[in-house]
Design a protein around this ligand. Sequence first.
Ligand SMILES: [Zn+2]
Length: 307
Amino acid sequence: MNELKGLNIVWLSETDLTNLNAGEGESNYIDVKKFKRDGIEYPYVSGQAMRFYLKEAMRRSLEDKEYMCIPNDKGETCGDIKKCIMCDLFGFMTTVKGKGAVTRVSPVKVSPAIGMLPFDENAASGGADFLTRRHRVSEGTKMEGDIVNVEIGTNIYKGGVSIDMVRVGSNEKIDEERRAVSIENVVDVSEKKKRVKKMLEALRYLTDYSKQARLLTDFSPDVIAISLQNKYAHRLQKLFELYDGREVNIQRLNEILDDVSDYSDKILFGMVSGIVKNETEVKKAVEAKGISVKTPSKVLNEAMELV
Ligand SMILES: [Zn+2]
């Protein structure tokens, strides 16, 4: 295998009736974040919240000697990428004694999770109505009997992660004389791989999203594709487009798989049944590219072995 430059993961996850936004402030109404496309509202979970969920899943699986710092009251982290898995993978902006403000660009890029089905059941979307119930539930008492209303909905969300493999466990060094940038490894290759594996593992065990005490749901991947690339690119993120409610656009799937195959040593695909309508066609199309379709957990395990 060539040197791994990029690792992309894109997935679909069906959620039950839930609200996945972190409840901020003391507002007694927590709405679902929404965006509009062609006049129709879709829910989404911010990239910031997704990063938080990923970090928390990783924190749960920390082993002896592994370290992830906890941000201080100003939200600043330790900035020690040799020691701290979180600062290394997720970047930081912090002040270091004697150095002033130091910024690290996150080698792990996380997309917002985007709802693929309209939020409003009255939206003209053909066939998606059974998934888009809209309710308000009382989330029980909070601070002196205050009732908190949480807007909730079901959906199929698309999530994505892209890892800049070269920048994991390394720093960019600017050579002033040559006016060039070089990469300086801070940890050895095995530690680098261990960190990336930890992140992949976290995707299997995503659980720490908000409001799970009353709105338990599973947000881990139901349909997933992972590319191990010898170029750094985000193209795989375009793989899934759903139309007619739950049908995967097969032509798009083919086009993106062709594109990404050009610079990937391996593309993995996993799917559980009952998520997308045309799963037989999806399976056929993927297998026609020489990629076998497994379960999402098998695929994540295989990616961990290949890293
Ligand atoms: Zn840290």
